[in-house]
Design a protein around this ligand. Structure first.
Ligand SMILES: Nc1nc2c(ncn2[C@@H]2O[C@H](COP(=O)(O)OP(=O)(O)OP(=O)(O)O)[C@@H](O)[C@H]2O)c(=O)[nH]1
Ligand SMILES: [Mg+2]
Length: 337
């Protein structure tokens, strides 16, 4: 987060900001939290994949919402904090991710609980009472809350109604709004953001009007490279992999960026898989990651990828810290991609 908080918007930056604050996006893994953030911002900021536990660090994404109930045109500055899926589990990396999410959510003004409405086993409020989701259940009990029932593009209307009723009954004493949405199509996201904006405290902007995130391009590039690992490698491997950016050079004269990145894995056998036959896999990873990073940065990118083995990096604090997975205080962010 910026250390230079209150930079008021200039007069020509749109209606004044009369509410501002943080909203943590929380949920069990794979429900669409990062997809929702990206869709609201209209930028591919957070890594997304069909595999659970894609997000490892909190990421801030700042969005402005028009407030129709104010006497004069006015806006809210809604600083979303995307978090790792909250689920109990073994291993130092998992614990880091859970702590990262809980710490982020504990400090925000309100919480957005995202539920996968298309997941027949996990979409009802009782999911929050299951042992592996206990920390999440505890968190949402005590915070100003909106519940987004996501992925409604995959849910037939007759299925959605009883689901809405179940969540309304759960939310009755909490006065939490329930909003059906599709992060994929954008359906329902405007009313969702308005419901969240109304929970923010009154006050001036916390960030300059053109700031989108607290993460630098170097971190975001690492995330897009790591996203490709989730898309292109088998079930287990992405969890044993991290990405380190060793070189990041903006070349104003050439109007391009040169990036040297290292994919860190835990075993030689994993390195062989990432490299692939004759280097085919890493070549494809490089091609797809380069295109995604170039789109984000809006300029040509030269990307070099290497693979390195760091045994058991994900098993202990020292390994995690060496790859930048260290929690920073406040709603600030820390960690490698
Ligand atoms: N059909 C459909 N798919 C969605 C929607 N939102 C997300 N998805 C898909 O759900 C999968 C998980 O999305 P993510 O955004 O990575 O989920 P997440 O909650 O951030 O996951 P973690 O970071 O692992 O906790 C991806 O394959 C998305 O494309 C939606 O509204 N509709
Ligand atoms: Mg995510």
């Amino acid at each position: 987060m910026s250390d230079d908080p209150a930079t008021p918007p200039a007069a020509d930056d749109g209606p004044p900001i009369v509410r501002a604050g943080f909203c943590a996006i929380v949920g069990v893994p794979n429900v669409g939290k990062s997809t929702l953030l990206n869709r609201v911002l209209g930028v591919r900021l957070a890594a997304v994949s069909p595999k659970p536990q894609t997000t490892r660090n909190r990421i801030l994404g700042i969005h402005h919402v028009a407030l129709p109930d104010e006497p004069a045109p006015a806006r809210a500055q809604l600083a979303f904090v995307d978090t790792p899926g909250i689920q109990d589990g073994k291993g130092a990396l998992r614990r880091y991710m859970r702590d990262e999410a809980l710490a982020a959510a504990g400090e925000t003004d309100c919480v957005l609980l995202v539920v996968d409405a298309s997941d027949a086993r996990g979409r009802l409020p009782r999911r929050l009472g299951e042992p592996d989701a206990a920390a999440l259940g505890e968190l949402v009990r005590s915070r100003p809350l909106v519940v987004a029932l996501n992925k409604i593009d995959r849910v037939a209307k007759p299925e959605l109604l009883p689901l809405m009723e179940a969540w309304h009954a759960w939310a009755a004493e909490r006065q939490a709004e329930i909003v059906p949405v599709s992060a994929l199509t954008g359906d329902g996201l405007a009313p969702l953001c308005l419901a969240l904006a109304r929970l923010l405290p009154r006050g001036p902007a916390l960030f300059p009007p053109d700031q989108l995130t607290d993460r630098d391009d170097r971190f975001l590039a690492g995330e897009l490279i790591r996203e490709q690992l989730y898309h292109q490698l088998g079930q287990e491997l992405p969890y044993a992999a991290a990405v380190m950016i060793e070189r990041y050079e903006e070349r104003p004269s050439q109007k391009d960026v040169v990036i040297g990145a290292v994919v860190v894995v835990e075993r030689d056998s994993q390195k062989a898989i990432v490299v692939g036959k004759g280097g085919a896999r890493i070549k494809q990873l490089g091609i797809d990651a380069r295109a995604a990073v170039a789109e984000l940065l809006g300029c040509p990118v030269h990307l070099t990828l290497h693979v390195k083995v760091v045994p058991e990096w994900s098993q202990g604090q020292r390994g995690l810290s060496s790859l930048g997975y260290t929690t920073r205080g406040s709603t600030g962010t820390g960690g490698a991609a």
